[in-house]
Write a new protein. Structure first.
Length: 118
C-alpha cells in the first residue's frame, strides 16, 4: 500500500514537467486563487494572478521553468516563483507530469492515427 500523499517526500525540480494535481481544484479570486486538494483536504491561497497563470499553464510547457518564462514573470522574480511552486509540490497541489505536451510541429500536423483518424 502506498503511503498517504501528505507523507510522501516531493523533490521539486523546475527543469522537469509539472501539472496541477488531478485531485486539485483551482478557483480564481480577485487576489489570485483558492487551491483545494480533494486528496489531502488542504486549502492553499495563490496571492498573485501571475502565479495562478503559471500553475494553470504548467501542463502546456516542457518544464516549470518554461511555464514561468512563458507567463511573463520578470527574471528578478523567477526564484520566488520557483520557491512557490516547490511549496505547492510539497503540499501535493502540483505533481510531476510523465508526458510531454506536443510540440508546435506536432500540433500543426493534426490528429494522429491512434486517435482514430486514418
Amino acid at each position: 500500500m502506498a503511503p498517504p500523499p501528505e507523507t510522501t517526500a516531493v523533490v521539486f525540480d523546475a527543469a522537469l514537467p509539472w501539472q496541477r494535481a488531478r485531485a486539485v481544484a483551482l478557483r480564481p479570486e480577485p487576489f489570485g486563487a483558492l487551491v483545494y486538494s480533494f486528496a489531502t483536504r488542504k486549502l492553499s491561497f495563490l496571492k498573485s494572478k501571475q502565479l495562478v497563470t503559471v500553475v494553470q499553464t504548467l501542463a502546456d510547457h516542457p518544464s516549470a521553468t518554461a511555464a514561468i518564462e512563458a507567463s511573463g514573470v520578470p527574471e528578478t522574480q523567477r526564484a520566488a516563483y520557483v520557491k512557490a511552486l516547490a511549496d505547492l509540490a510539497r503540499s501535493h497541489m502540483i505533481e510531476e507530469r510523465t508526458s510531454v505536451p506536443p510540440t508546435t510541429r506536432e500540433l500543426a500536423a493534426g490528429p494522429c492515427a491512434e486517435a482514430g483518424n486514418p
